[in-house]
Design a protein around this ligand. Structure first.
Ligand SMILES: Nc1ncnc2c1ncn2[C@@H]1O[C@H](COP(=O)(O)OP(=O)(O)O)[C@@H](O)[C@H]1O
Ligand SMILES: [Mg+2]
Length: 310
């Protein structure tokens, strides 16, 4: 698969602040890449450097093989962008907005077809200031698609939207991928990254602290899965005596760490052989959200310690 985006040792300084402190990643063409991080992590800075809207301090960046800063004019014909907090002229309708973009990009895209693609056909003639937050974002997506881009850059496309509107945007993003486009998405919603992205990079204070598929990140940075049942403390005691695995007991639930999948039957047999009543069997898996909160927390603790005097 060809590479759509390639970033090596990217640094961006604002005065003395290193907003991006040496970041590396690459995005294969035709995949969805999520840049996940809390506010101020450096998501917009990175996105706008890739779009050719901000100049990097140092490092090597290639988007579709081009340097976004020196070859921005060529690049802009091949990418689509929705900025964070997308806004538009208040009195303009989605149809007029698409027509306006069409003249900017010299394309002959049909406004009806494009607005249907983002499920906004019913609001084609509504004024921008009467659209809901989700509808405005959909218009942003439609405009980003006017030039039939190879890569779409979406900076927090669902922030502040209600769950229904977010799902509608997710459906459009899935379609972009189906059409073979590359999607570069920033978000601070964990489940969004988990649901949509082929690859995720977690960024915090301008550094990538974990990267890979959501599954890989959970496997490498997460805690092992657990077998969990409702049962008394006595059951935990029995299992500790009969198993080598770690056993936890809290609020009426007994949990056994499943470090090796092959131990699953052994653990279940021991629970049954204890003769102690149990119910409500479950398996518990670490989520990307747990991993994210733990990694960010550990980093912040570390930073506090290293800043502490003495
Ligand atoms: N134009 C700018 N001038 C100075 N500092 C900036 C500028 N833009 C962003 N920053 C700072 O850089 C850091 C990263 O910001 P940003 O890339 O917007 O993060 P995110 O999009 O992840 O919320 C923040 O500390 C922010 O205050
Ligand atoms: Mg941002």
């Amino acid at each position: 698969m060809p590479t759509a985006i390639e970033v090596r040792s990217l640094v961006k300084r604002y005065g003395t602040l290193a907003a991006i402190g040496g970041v590396d990643f690459s995005v294969p063409a035709g995949t969805v890449f999520a840049f996940l991080g809390p506010n101020g992590a450096g998501k917009t800075t990175t996105t706008e450097i890739l779009e050719g809207l901000r100049r990097r301090t140092s490092g090597d960046v290639r988007v579709l093989g081009l340097d976004p800063w020196t070859e921005g004019r060529t690049l802009h014909r091949r990418i689509g962008v929705i900025p964070q907090d997308f806004r538009f002229f208040e009195k303009i309708t989605p149809k007029e907005a698409v027509e306006y973009y069409r003249t900017l990009f010299h394309t002959d895209v049909d406004p009806g077809r494009l607005l249907a693609q983002v499920e906004l056909l019913d609001k084609m003639h509504a004024r921008f200031d009467t659209l809901s937050g989700g509808q405005k974002q959909k218009l942003g997506l439609a405009l980003a698609l006017t030039n039939n881009p190879e890569i779409c850059f979406l900076d927090e496309p669902t922030t502040g939207l209600d769950p229904h509107a977010r799902r509608a945007i997710w459906a459009v993003i899935r379609n972009l991928k189906r059409e073979g486009r590359t999607v570069f998405l920033t978000t601070h919603y964990l489940e969004e990254a988990e649901l949509l992205a082929d690859q995720v990079a977690i960024i915090h204070h301008g550094r990538i602290i974990a990267a890979g598929t959501p599954g890989e990140i959970i496997r490498i940075h997460g805690i092992p899965p657990r077998i969990s049942v409702e049962g008394p403390e006595e059951l935990a005691g029995y299992l500790r005596a009969h198993l080598t695995a770690s056993v936890f007991s809290e609020r009426g639930r007994v949990e056994v760490e499943l470090a090796d999948r092959r131990d699953a039957l052994k653990i279940l047999s021991a629970i049954e052989e204890s003769g102690i009543p149990w119910q409500a069997f479950e398996t518990r898996q670490d989520t990307l959200e747990n991993v994210f909160v733990r990694l960010v927390g550990q980093m912040d603790d570390g930073a506090l310690k290293s800043e502490a005097p003495g």
